[in-house]
Design a protein around this ligand. Structure first.
Ligand code: 5GP
Length: 120
């Protein structure tokens, strides 16, 4: 499984304002910002403010209000970016085989072109 939460991970540093990001949304529960290496015309990351290493950790251990607030933030980002009609893809890598690089739970939001059936 994944190691314990590392408060020096890059997204923790972004949350603390120690590193910059191109912010698209922030509220009590979540921060959304553009991925530094976009894999689609629009590639945004949405992260919870709390310290969770992965989607598995988040959904198993976060208070219900944080889980609800996080997913409402994801939906708000998509709505504010006017993606509901063209559509978009959400993806979360969990652990080694999925290629998770940053050990702070994040949801990728891909959009801006037809994305095809496979994830690459
Ligand atoms: P993972 O592979 O963990 O699911 O995705 C990590 C994502 O974070 C990658 O798409 C990568 O491009 C992005 N990323 C890594 N470091 C930074 C950073 O410092 N700033 C931003 N905005 N994105 C980053």
């Amino acid at each position: 499984g994944l190691p314990p939460y590392d408060p020096q991970n890059i997204f923790a540093r972004i949350l603390r304002g120690e590193l910059p990001c191109k912010r698209v949304h922030e509220d009590e529960f979540a921060l959304a910002f553009h991925d530094i290496a976009p894999q689609a015309p629009l590639h945004v990351l949405v992260i919870p403010k709390g310290a969770y290493v992965s989607a598995a950790d988040f959904h198993a251990t976060a208070p219900e209000a944080e889980i609800a607030g996080f997913w409402r933030a994801v939906a708000k980002v998509a709505k504010d970016l006017k993606l509901e009609e063209p559509g978009y893809r959400l993806l979360a890598n969990v652990g080694h085989d999925a290629g998770q690089e940053v050990p702070h739970f994040h949801v990728h939001l891909f959009a801006g072109k037809p994305l095809g059936r496979m994830l690459g």
